[in-house]
Structure formats: C-alpha cells, structure tokens
Design a protein around this ligand. Structure first.
Ligand code: MOS
Length: 721
C-alpha cells in the first residue's frame, strides 16, 4: 500500500549537481580551522601540553584542552574533554585552531606532549575476569530467563552448541563528521552533520550553561551516518565550540578518515556462545544465548545482541545474557541493525546446522518454529509477516528446485537462507504544514534526513493527504528552529513523523472543508464534511458532481494561507509487540583453491508495514543488504595488541564491498496492513542489514562443506583448518 505519488528523491538534483550545501561547507567570514592532537598511547595520563612551543608557528591562534574545558558543565558524554586520563590510542588530548587547516594540522603535530603511560588492555581476552552485565540502551534487561533452558538442553533430542564470533566494524559514512560554529553574543549557531540536532542542542546548552533557545543546531544534509553521527561525536564538537567562544571567531573542524576509526564509534566485537535444543520433530525446546562483547574503559555501550533469540521463534525454555569487557579501545556505538545483525548471525547459523543434523529443509525448520505471539513479552504481535516472507523469497529464488553440489567452472556453488527481523521504534514528533494561496505546501520538521529520503517521504505524505502535486511541495528539515522531531536512527523516523504529518493534514483538511461548506459561493456549499475528497488540486464531493479548485477556495477564503501543527506522541504502554520481518536467500560461489567467496545472487522479501515510497524503500533494503555483505565478507577493524593502535586505519586496508562484489538484488516488499501501528508504519532501514550474514555463511557451508562461525568470512577462514 504505497501512497499515490512515489516520486524520486526531492533533493536528488541538488546532490547530483553539487548544489546541496553540507554543513562542513557552510561559508563564514573570518573562519578559523581546527585540528586535533591525539594520544599516541592507549592508556595513561596527560601530564602536560607545551603550547608555548607552537605559539610562534604560522597561523596559530589558540589551543583548547581539558584544562580550558573545565568551564564546561560536566556530563557523561563530556567526560573525555574535561579529564587528563587517556583511555585509548588516538584519544584527542587537545584542539588547535589556526588561520588555515594546514597550519592547524602542523601545530597539532608539533605540540610536545608529556605523557605517563600505563599498561593497556588491548584485547578482550586480557580482561575476561572483569566482564560485567551492561545496560542495553535502557531498552532491554541484559539477561532473560523463560522456563528452564539447562534442563531442556539436557533432555533434548538434538543439541547444537557452538561459539560464534563477529569482528569490530566501522561505520564510515561518505561524509566525515564536521562542525562549523559561530557565536553571536551569548547565542551560538552550530552547523553539524548529525543524526540528532535536538540532542546536540540540549548538550551544547547544558555544557555552556545557556538556555536551549540560545543554541541553534543545523543539519540540512547528512552524508550518511549508520549510527555514528550520534552522541560519541559530541566531545570533539564541544572543544570546537569552546574555541570559537574563546577566539570570538567562527571555527571549523572536520574529522579525517583515520579519525573516523576511533573517535565516533564502532560495531563492538562479540563472542557468542549459543546452544539450541530440539525434539525429534525439529521443534525448538531450548535456547541459551550468552554474549560477551567489547566496550571501552570510559563508557558502557553494548548492543542488545541476544534479544532476538528471546522471541523470534517459539520456544518454551530460553536463557539469554550479555556481558561486556572494558578494553583500552574506542567506545562502540549502534551500527546498522545493532545487536540484531551479530545476534542473528549466530542464531540463524545454528538453525542451519540444526536443519542439517535433523534432515529437515532449513525453510521448513523455521516455519515449524514460527512464533505466533511474542513469548518474551507475553504479548500478541501487531502483525508478523515472516511466513509470507519465506514463501515469497523462496519462490523467487527457486529454493525448491535448487541443485545440490552445483559447480560453475572453478566455483563451487552453494545456497543458504536466514530470517531477518528488526523491532519497531518510535519517538514523539511535531510537524508544521502550511498551505498557501497558490495551493503550494510547506512541510517543516526539525528532524534530519541522513540520506534515507526523509525530505521526499514527508513531502509525499502531506501532498497526498491534501491531493496536491509533489511539484507544489517544499520540505524543510534539520534545524532546531523547526518543530521537534526524532533522532534519525533505529529505523524510527518515518514511523515517528507519519502520524504527525497525518495529524497536521487532517487539521488542514477539516479547516478547508469548513471554509468550503460554509461559503454560499462555493459549489460544495451544503455538502457533508465526510463527503469531501481532496484530489488532483480539487476539493470535490464524493457523492455528487461538485468540485472546487483548492486555489480558488484559498483565494476566496484564506488568501493569507493556512497553517497547522500536527503531533504524534507515544502511548504509555503498548498491548502488543511490533517488528518488521524478512527472509534472505543467497547463492554464493566459493573457489576451494583460492578461498575466494562471491555472493552471486541475493533474493529477499520483507514485510514491514506500509511502504511510503517504493523506490526509496527498495534502495534502503539494497543498501542494508550491501552493508550486511560487508559485515559477512569484508569488514574488520584490527587493534595492534602491543600498542593498542588500530592497524590500517584507512579505506585501502579496511575492506568494504564495492560494485564488483555486488550480486543482483531481487527485493520483494510485501503489502502489510498493520492497523495497530500509527499510520501503519514499521520502519525499514535496519531490516536489510540483518540475516544476510548467516545466509552467506550457510551458503558457504552448502558450497564447500566448511562451517565458518566467525565474521568476516575471509580467505583464511575458508582455507584454514
Ligand atoms: Mo542507527 S544504527 O540507530 O543509525
């Protein structure tokens, strides 16, 4: 069920022609440039920074470090900018501002540092005894127990018990993090590519102890984020804003690609112990999923990696747990399908192992264990299209007629599949919609578009609701001066704003109807409000042959335009659980001599509520699947155990999938009508990023009989013992 108009991305031409101004490009007169001084050691203390040695260098203007940052109000995200303790290699120890970027970088490199190094923990294995249960973003308890998994495993017909490992990944959006900021008196404007303008505004206001009204954060275009343009970037931003206040001039900081490896988050490394128990019919009788993951010495971030195992399948006895180990490495953050991607790699690999041991088709095994309600929350689903996804994707893939042990030249060909799932999240949202005398629309919300197509989707919903052509719609986003909208993440933005747009549009429609019906000069006079249809620039009666052009109605009754603010709030409690679902099937080729793995075909079906724009939704799914291929076959951040530094912190050494690595993607979006969710929307951004990792591992096993339980699956995993 798409809305009537499904246009191409509104800002496509702006971006393709380079006319879209990203925040780092914001011009400002008299701008200074900033560069970070970074720690060469992974643990210890900064005793001193000898600023006098660089004062005379060309262009030097100011240096800000923890000592200068004591004027900022303390808060957890600001810990590192106010203290001299060194937690990881590359940690910023100071920020130099100079007249040019080159001069700032030269000064930053030249500042002598007095350091007191201490022995660092550079791998989880060095500190296992310190593992503790983390807070899972406040959303889920770290452990869970339903029934008695240990007893059920002891009594099971089949037990599949293995350890699954996933590597550290980095987000790497095309656009690096940046800020351009300027003070005017005690007001500050912050141009910042971020997923969270309102959070940024509140933390800037708190840190500088000024009212939020004196802080404006602007983020009109964001060149990708994937989870890393959230809170972890704030400390380095804060030094820049402080330098701008001290110097009385605009300051600009843009992170380098190397800095993106350690200053703005990562997908945490996991070691997952998973045991599945089955009866002779292939019904799950027990799940025990225990996760160990890396976090930093200065923060507790952890993904909710085992939570999918609590509810994806029907199983009476389930135990899950999470523990994290602090290392002197960067703090992790949410990264595409956080938790669900590594968690389903383990669960969906183990399901495949079980299918083989039981002699049951992998799809049939999953169908047999379908959960018709959420046993973890003890609630019904709002809707659950998983079975339809299996059927649709299996059909398009040709799963039933797949050849066994196929070969193609040097390639052994294998196939595999897996389930995907991602929970529905929402945040409150306010939206303003204005119709002018020429029946053009202006839609405004402060939330930011980080490339997923929010400008277009929001404009479409408003245009559709009032029967106005997309050519007549303008959308303004990414500015704290606009009504407050959600954080861009967790696949929640469309689900959050759609009911707010629907609300604003309903108010406008009611007002327009009132004007039309009350006016004796209108052809619609005397009609019932419920009879009116807004379509094709007209307000018309649904039951008789009467209509009026919106422009005529506006000119006569509201020449100054009409405006409405819509709002969507969150319910206190929800009597159901809501997830988007998918099924991913892949065909891989494996060269058994060279260990090379290629994804040759990918067929996926997703059921995730109402789709607003089919073209952009398809693109989101394909992007998610590509990210999943990267996690499965390419991406791994390595820490040098001796120094704690990241090895190969550049895009030549950190492998990401390229066009040559991509198969054809065949994506089916199933119609799903979910009347329990506001505006029927679930959110789709993360759903494509989970499941495919296990589907690839399962297909590799099918091709060459080698079960790889460690991501990424690289040549050495195929050829090694
Ligand atoms: Mo996301 S991983 O919440 O941008």
């Amino acid at each position: 069920m798409t809305v009537h108009q499904s246009p191409v991305r509104l800002e496509a031409a702006l971006k393709a022609t380079g006319r879209a101004v990203y925040e780092a490009e914001t011009p400002m007169a008299g701008m200074l440039h900033a560069a970070l001084i970074q720690s060469p050691i992974a643990r210890g203390r900064l005793l001193g920074l000898d600023v006098d040695r660089v004062r005379a260098m060309p262009g030097f203007v100011d240096l800000v470090s923890h000592a200068e940052a004591q004027v900022l109000a303390p808060s957890p995200p600001l810990a590192l900018v106010r203290e001299s303790v060194i937690h990881f290699a590359g940690q910023p120890l100071g920020l130099v501002v100079a007249e040019t970027m080159q001069e700032a970088e030269a000064c930053a490199r030249a500042v002598p540092l007095q350091l007191a190094p201490e022995p660092a923990v550079t791998a989880m294995s060095q500190a296992l005894d310190t593992a503790f249960a983390p807070d899972l973003a406040g959303r889920y308890p770290p452990s869970s127990q339903r029934g008695d998994a240990a007893a059920a495993l002891a009594a099971a017909h089949l037990v599949v018990r293995h350890r699954y490992d996933t590597a550290v990944n980095n987000h790497h959006p095309m656009e690096p993090h940046s800020v351009v900021c300027a003070w005017e008196g005690d007001h500050v404007v912050v141009h910042n590519g971020t997923q969270a303008v309102f959070l940024t505004q509140r933390i800037v206001a708190h840190s500088f102890q000024i009212p939020v009204e004196q802080v404006r954060v602007v983020s009109r275009f964001v060149g990708g984020g994937f989870g890393c343009k959230g809170p972890l970037w704030l400390p380095w931003l804060m030094w820049t804003i402080l330098a701008s206040r001290r110097t009385g001039r605009p300051v600009r900081l843009e992170l380098t690609r190397a800095q993106l490896f350690n200053l703005v988050g990562r997908r945490q490394e996991t070691v997952q112990d998973l045991a599945l128990g089955f009866d002779a019919d292939g019904r799950l009788t027990a799940i025990d999923h225990q996760v160990l993951a890396q976090t930093a010495t200065h923060g507790d971030y952890s993904d909710a990696t085992a939570t999918t195992s609590r509810s994806l399948y029907a199983c009476a006895n389930v135990t899950t747990g999470h523990r994290v180990v602090r290392t002197n490495e960067p703090l992790p953050a949410a990264m595409r399908a956080p938790g669900v991607a590594p968690g389903t790699f383990a669960l969906e690999s183990a399901m495949d192992e079980a299918a083989q041991a039981l002699g049951i088709d992998p799809v049939a095994l999953r169908v047999r264990n379908y959960a018709d309600r959420d046993l973890d929350a003890d609630k019904p689903w709002s809707s659950n299209g998983l079975l339809d996804c299996y059927a649709a994707a299996a059909e398009r893939f040709g799963w039933a007629g797949r050849p066994a042990q196929a070969r193609d030249g040097r390639w052994r060909v294998g196939v595999g599949m897996a389930s995907s799932v991602y929970p529905v999240h929402r945040q409150p949202c306010r939206v303003k919609v204005r119709i002018d005398v020429d029946a053009s629309l202006l839609v405004q919300c402060g939330t930011q578009d980080f490339g997923q197509g929010l400008y277009t989707a929001m404009g479409q919903l408003a245009a559709d609701g009032l029967g106005i052509d997309m050519g007549q719609v303008r959308v303004e986003l990414g500015d704290t001066d606009l009504p407050e909208g959600p954080f861009t993440g967790g696949s929640m933005v469309t689900a959050s704003f759609a009911p707010a747009v629907d609300d604003a549009v309903a108010i406008l429609r009611a007002r327009l109807a009132e004007l039309a019906l009350a006016d004796a000069g209108s052809p619609l006079a005397g009609a019932e409000p419920s009879d009116l249809i807004f379509e094709g620039g007209l307000v018309r009666s649904g039951s008789r042959d009467a209509a009026e052009r919106l422009v005529d109605l506006m000119a006569r009754c509201a020449p100054e335009g009409l405006e409405a603010e819509g709002a969507a709030t969150l319910p206190e409690a929800q009597p159901f659980s809501a997830n988007g679902y998918g099924a991913v099937f892949v065909e891989v080729g494996v060269d058994p001599d060279l260990g090379e793995v290629r994804v040759r075909r990918c067929v996926a079906a997703f059921a995730a509520g109402r789709i607003i724009n089919a073209q952009m939704a398809h693109s989101q799914y394909v992007g998610g699947l590509i990210g999943g291929i990267g996690m499965a076959l390419h991406e791994q951040v390595d820490t040098d155990k001796a120094t704690g530094r990241i090895v190969g912190d550049n895009l030549a050494d950190y492998l990401i999938p390229t066009h040559a690595d991509m198969p054809e993607f065949d994506v089916t979006m199933l119609d799903e009508d979910d009347p329990l969710l506001p505006s029927g929307i679930k959110g789709i951004g993360m759903l494509g990023s989970a499941g495919i990792q296990a589907a690839i591992a399962n297909a590799v096993h099918d091709a060459v009989g080698k079960r790889v339980r460690r991501l990424p699956i690289r040549i050495e995993e195929i050829l090694g013992q």
